[in-house]
Design a protein around this ligand. Structure first.
Ligand SMILES: *Cc1c(COP(=O)(O)O)cnc(C)c1O
Length: 463
């Protein structure tokens, strides 16, 4: 849970229930109000946030808006109405497949984001299991199970919860990579899929994809690589000579992947891809209903209406950046990441978690309370993402951070010194709340309590 969702007891809104204006406001006035409301938002443009926004440059963003607006009204639900969108989508999927080691058989669809890509992945393997069982409600079709490391994105949990699939979480090793023995031990006749991440969000570490895929192939299981974060960055880091382990369709046994365009693809929000080794697998993603009075109906993804803007802007991003553009961005990201990491490690007491494979990583403190350090950084206007298991601060580096390395490190150094001098800060503010919730003894009761707390918190926020 990102820090933005704390503090635990938001003050109930005192404002009245919003009303539809009796008569429409002047459009300029509406825009003025919107700009005013934005003032209190996280300051992503100056590099003060470390997630949520991926910014290549003002020029690129302006261009994305133009491309997006060209297809502002178009709808990709019916591919025959807007041939242009179908063409954009097919080309985006084809380019993604090419970057990720696919061949002529590799196929997929665009989606609204990583969560939808993952949702569809879970549905695809569930329905494939059902189809292989030929309607027989026996294992694995009746009670399908997916094995995934605890570090895999919660989108899998959300999808499995909704789709009636059981997830079997396995631990990670000391380097935060999926524990292969635990994966082997978790396989049973109900297993349909193994999942690995490239990289996983919490520590930015790539799971042992080749080994996981070998296990999957040996047992006749599907193997999905969640490259939502890394899909459009790792290929370019590798080209720059970074030691990126095999993680894509080049690995025998990998049967599907997810890769987000709206992260390191530097596309507009609402764009991801889900890719399959063959159309034979993808067909289980599609849905048809021929007896609807509204006509013969078919849908490739989860959404009905599919906005044209994100599809068009994603294609535009790929075209305008090109290989050299992505390499240039990757070079900046790499240098900035290295500057952050060495600066953080030079601060006594701070330590990186594991050996991060790209530009996403977390650090913790062996000295002063890490959440109190997070509070102090927030006091200086940084938007901090906190994590637990273990307690840490999470960073996701984009080109927007290239100019704020020194200010960040200076503030961090001073905040660490300040919290060292004032250990009582660990018992105050967000540090206390987050610390309390994440230090409860593990167990089902704790999980239920904290889940309940999060649900109640969201209910309060959206009153
Ligand atoms: C962001 C992310 C997702 C989910 O993607 P959304 O676009 O936020 O829905 C899935 N997996 C990983 C590893 C991610 O970082």
């Amino acid at each position: 849970m990102s820090e933005s969702e704390l503090p635990p007891n938001p003050t109930p809104s005192t404002s009245q229930r919003a009303q539809l204006p009796e008569s429409g406001l002047d459009r300029r006035e509406v825009i003025r109000q919107m700009i005013e409301r934005r003032e209190k938002d996280a300051s992503w443009h100056s590099g003060r946030t470390f997630s949520l926004v991926y910014h290549a440059s003002d020029e690129h963003t302006q261009f994305l808006k133009e491309a997006f607006c060209l297809f502002f009204s178009e709808n990709a639900l019916n591919p025959s109405a807007f041939a242009s969108l179908k063409q954009f989508e097919n080309e985006v999927v084809s380019i993604a497949a090419g970057l990720l080691g696919g061949d002529a058989e590799t196929t997929g669809t665009m989606t609204s984001g990583g969560t939808e890509s993952i949702f569809l992945c879970v549905k695809t393997y569930r329905d494939r299991a059902r189809s292989m069982a030929g309607g027989a409600r026996t294992a694995p079709a009746a009670e399908p199970e997916i094995i995934l490391p605890v570090t895999a994105h919660p989108a899998f949990d959300k999808a499995a919860h909704s789709l009636g699939v059981k997830l079997v979480h396995v631990p990670v090793d000391a380097n935060f990579r999926a524990d292969l023995e635990a994966v082997r031990a978790a396989i049973n006749p109900r297993t349909i899929l193994i999942v690995g991440s490239a990289p996983a969000y919490p520590q930015g570490v790539i799971d042992p994809i080749a080994e996981l895929a070998a296990i999957a192939a040996e047992k006749g299981l599907g193997m999905h690589v969640d490259a939502c974060l890394g899909g459009f960055l790792l290929p370019f880091l590798r080209e720059l000579g970074q030691p990126i382990p095999p993680f894509d369709f080049k690995v025998p046994g990998v049967t599907s992947m997810s890769a987000d365009l709206h992260k390191y693809g530097f596309a507009a929000k609402g764009a991801s891809t889900v890719l399959y080794r063959s159309a034979e697998l993808r067909k289980h993603q599609f849905y048809a209903r021929s007896t609807w009075p509204g006509g013969l109906w078919g849908s490739t993804t989860l959404a009905g209406t599919r906005p044209g803007g994100p599809i068009a802007a994603a294609w535009a991003a790929l075209m305008a950046l090109g290989r050299d553009g992505y390499l240039r961005l990757a070079r900046t990201i790499l240098a900035t990441t290295q500057a952050f990491q060495s600066g953080i490690q030079a601060i006594p007491g701070l330590r990186l978690l594991g050996q991060p494979d790209m530009s996403v990583f977390a650090f913790t403190s062996d000295g002063p309370d890490i959440f109190a350090i997070a509070d102090a950084m927030e006091g200086r206007g940084w938007h901090v993402d906190r994590q637990h298991l273990p307690h840490s601060i999470h960073l996701m580096i984009t080109p927007a951070h290239a100019t704020i390395v020194e200010p960040y490190l200076n503030d961090l150094r001073e905040c660490v010194a300040h919290v060292s001098a004032h250990p009582e800060l660990a018992a105050e503010g967000n540090a206390a709340a987050y610390g309390m919730l994440t230090r409860l003894p593990p167990g089902e009761a704790t999980e239920e309590f904290v889940d309940g707390f999060i649900l109640q918190h969201m209910d309060q926020l959206y009153r």
